[in-house]
Design a protein around this ligand. Structure first.
Ligand SMILES: Nc1ncnc2c1ncn2[C@@H]1O[C@H](COP(=O)(O)OP(=O)(O)OP(=O)(O)O)[C@@H](O)[C@H]1O
Length: 218
């Protein structure tokens, strides 16, 4: 049984088909790059994966069960996402990063937060900063940290390095690679052809909402 299985999934809005008849199997441990021109439906595919939106046709199964039947809060713990425009509460970095603990009724683990700052080579002094005082690249890294405070089964990443300089892109790539090596399934959208091939074992190319190719490269 595949970890995540799309069967003939379509997503239509305002008489426009944004994803058309997508069938795809994602196995545990996969690192899937999703590539394609702007507006081809890549982000929509990730939104479908975590039930931010529902297919208008077809089915998505997670662990063999209909994804639409999962409790959304429970699903977010297993399938975590980080998008291009990081959504963070207009609050402090600390409150953003402590939120995943609150959600699980668990005490905040300061060691885990320190570990994350170390992995992203950022200072923990950022914890007391207001989100609005962070740069775009800092916000991106904090949003990514928040999505992996507790390791999900699947991590969905939408152009998470687009606001980063070369050095920080490398840091983030290494964190993502290590997560995949630790068994986390990664689906990521990137516009950078070199990046799309560097870590992935599969590359999905989509155009106008349809699969152009699914290539296994490792
Ligand atoms: N809920 C929606 N309602 C109406 N149109 C939508 C909706 N979601 C996406 N679209 C449209 O569908 C198309 C695909 O959007 P999507 O964000 O999935 O593309 P993308 O491949 O991720 O693009 P980019 O690379 O520019 O981020 C776009 O034209 C977008 O405007």
């Amino acid at each position: 049984m595949s970890l995540l299985e799309f069967s003939h999934v379509s997503f239509t809005r305002e008489n426009r088909t944004i994803v058309n008849d997508l069938s795809l199997s994602i196995e545990a441990g996969d690192f899937l790059s999703i590539v394609g021109p702007s507006g081809s439906g890549k982000s929509t595919v990730l939104r479908l994966c975590c039930h931010l939106i529902s297919p208008t046709e077809g089915t998505i199964h997670f662990h063999g069960q209909d994804l639409m039947r999962f409790n959304p809060m429970e699903l977010r713990k297993q399938i975590s996402y980080c998008f291009q425009m990081p959504y963070l509460f207009g609050d402090t970095v600390r409150n953003n990063l402590e939120y995943p603990f609150l959600l699980r009724n668990k005490p905040v683990d300061p060691d885990r937060l320190e570990e994350l700052f170390a992995a992203f080579q950022m200072s923990t002094s950022n914890l007391e900063k207001e989100i609005q005082h962070l740069s775009g690249g800092e916000k991106q890294r904090i949003a990514l940290m928040r999505s992996i405070v507790f390791q999900p089964e699947i991590l969905l990443l939408d152009e998470v390095t687009s606001a980063l300089d070369v050095a920080n892109t490398q840091i983030v790539e290494k964190v993502i690679e290590a997560l995949n090596q630790a068994g986390i399934t990664i689906l990521w959208i990137t516009h950078n052809p070199e990046q799309s091939r560097k870590y992935a074992n599969k590359i999905l190319t989509i155009d106008t909402g349809e699969v152009r190719s699914l290539e296994a490269i490792r």
